[in-house]
Each structure stands twice: as C-alpha cells, then as structure tokens.
Design a protein around this ligand. Structure first.
Ligand SMILES: C[S@@+](CC[C@H](N)C(=O)[O-])C[C@H]1O[C@@H](n2cnc3c(N)ncnc32)[C@H](O)[C@@H]1O
Length: 259
C-alpha cells in the first residue's frame, strides 16, 4: 500500500461524519450536493464510476437522478465492507457495485464508463495528473467528469492548516484551483470548469459546528465519549478557521474527454 488514506477513517470518525452529514455520507451537503454537481447533466441509463465512494450514500442519490448503474471504488477495506452491507440491505446490489481497489491505476478496461464522479475523495490522491490520466482512459470518448473536491489557496500551508490536518488525522494532498485546471488539461480533458464553493461551505461548516455544540452534542458524547466529543468539536473549529481564512477551498469540477 502507498501513503494513501487506505484505512485512515476510523470507526469514531465514520460515526461522527454520518451524524453531521447523514447516514451513508462522508462529505458535506448530503443529496443536494450531488444534485448540484449533476445539475444539467443527463444521467439517463449511464454507467457511472464513483472514485472514493465511501459508504455509497451518494451512489444511491445518483440512481435517483437517473443513472443506470454505479460502480463505486474505495481503498479502505472497512469502509468498503460497510458500504457493501448498506447497498445489500437497500436491495440495490444489481445497480450499485462497491469494490475494494488498490490506490493507483484503475482496474478497468479503456472506455468503460460514461461519467466519472467523485466527492471530496480525490484530495487524498497525491499524483493528480496520473489520476486524471487514468480517469480519461476509463471514460468513453465524450464522457465526463462531474465531481466535488477540496483545494487550497496558493502558497505553503499555514500553521492553522497543519493544525486542521493534525486534528483530522487524515493525509491530504491539496492543490490550488489553478493547478487542478492545469492538471486536467495535461491529462487531456477539455471544456474544464471549476466552481469555487468556499463561501457556501464556510457558512454550512459554522452551522455544523453549532449543531455539534447543540442538538448533536448528547448523541456524539454518547457514541464517542467525552474525549471523542471534545476532539471532534476542536476538529470542526479548526475546519472553520481555514475556511474563514479562505485557505481550504471546496470546489465543483466538470471536464470532458474529447469525442
Ligand atoms: C471524505 S471520504 C468521501 C467518501 C464519499 N465520496 C462521500 O462523499 O461520502 C473520502 C474517501 O476517499 C477514499 N479514498 C482515499 N484515497 C483513495 C484512492 N486513492 N482511491 C479511491 N478512494 C480513496 C477514502 O477511503 C474515503 O472513503
């Protein structure tokens, strides 16, 4: 295994993230975030690859938006096992497949998918050009990327950012929006569009912190204990700091493989 986040999300983190973001969701925005990314895209019967699918909650949303089939891949064995169990329980095994993969080249033939999706997962991938080249390879000609990811402002990480990473206990490989655009170009994509949604999530994250200190507090403390509760409140506070400074920059991404 590489230094990728293969098994960095522990049970406590998975419990906390779903309390804040909803059952099956390990990133902000719930179903609406998927609808926003897919707005204006016809998913009718398309086969979608979700890279970094987590527990598969977003894949269920993709089906409700018209997708034909979703193949979700992830590198974390415990997450994949839970995701597969969720999909089995939902009776969606015939439409959603969640697979464990190794970080690196994608285990699919060329031109396998109509659309590649990812939500706040590619931030864990160190070599973006190699990643986008693989995405391009497995897309059919004219196929698209529609994704969400976290990026950063230019320059080295501040101490606030390093502290946020320390609180998270996760390995982040963030680049700027401009670098992201360049890497997509270098990999061969066209019609690239990046939308910076920092302000949107900045406001949401403050609301999430308020909920963690309010209505969610007893539930989090009950599940994770007083120490776990204190840790995650501090983690979220450190998240709001780097969002307020504009150093952490969530974005939406669209790009097309030439036909
Ligand atoms: C923040 S979670 C988001 C999960 C899911 N997309 C969601 O929004 O609920 C990031 C996910 O990326 C996965 N991941 C990390 N490195 C990866 C890689 N190289 N390839 C695929 N998945 C990866 C992690 O295991 C984790 O499940």
């Amino acid at each position: 295994m590489t230094d990728s986040a293969t098994e960095e999300y522990d049970g406590g983190m998975l419990t906390l993230l779903q309390m804040v973001w909803g059952e099956g969701f390990l990133s902000p925005g719930g179903p609406q975030a998927v609808r926003d990314i897919m707005s204006g895209i016809d998913l009718g019967s398309k086969h979608i690859l979700d890279i970094g699918c987590g527990l598969g909650g977003l894949d269920q949303v993709l089906l409700t938006l018209g997708a034909g089939r979703v193949t979700g891949i992830d590198v974390a064995p415990a997450i994949v096992e839970r995701g597969q169990e969720r999909i089995r329980r939902a009776g969606l095994n015939n439409r959603i497949e969640i697979k464990l993969v190794e970080p690196g080249p994608l285990p699919f033939p060329d031109a396998s998918f109509d659309l590649v999706f990812g939500k706040d997962a590619w931030l864990h991938i160190p070599d973006k050009v190699a990643h986008f080249s693989e995405v391009l390879r497995v897309l059919k000609p004219g196929g698209r990327i529609a994704a969400g990811d976290w990026m950063k402002s230019p320059g080295p990480y501040s101490r606030d950012m390093d502290y946020f990473f320390e609180m998270e206990g996760l390995t982040y490989h963030l680049v700027t929006l401009a670098e992201y655009d360049t890497f997509l170009h270098e990999a061969g994509f066209v019609d690239i569009r990046l939308e910076d949604i920092t302000e949107l999530y900045r406001v949401e994250a403050h609301g999430e912190l308020d909920r963690m200190k309010g209505e969610l507090a007893p539930m989090i403390a009950d599940e994770l204990g007083a120490e776990g509760y204190a840790h995650f409140v501090e983690d979220w506070r450190s998240l709001t700091v780097v969002l307020d400074k504009g150093e952490l920059r969530p974005a939406r991404i669209w790009a097309t493989k030439p036909a």
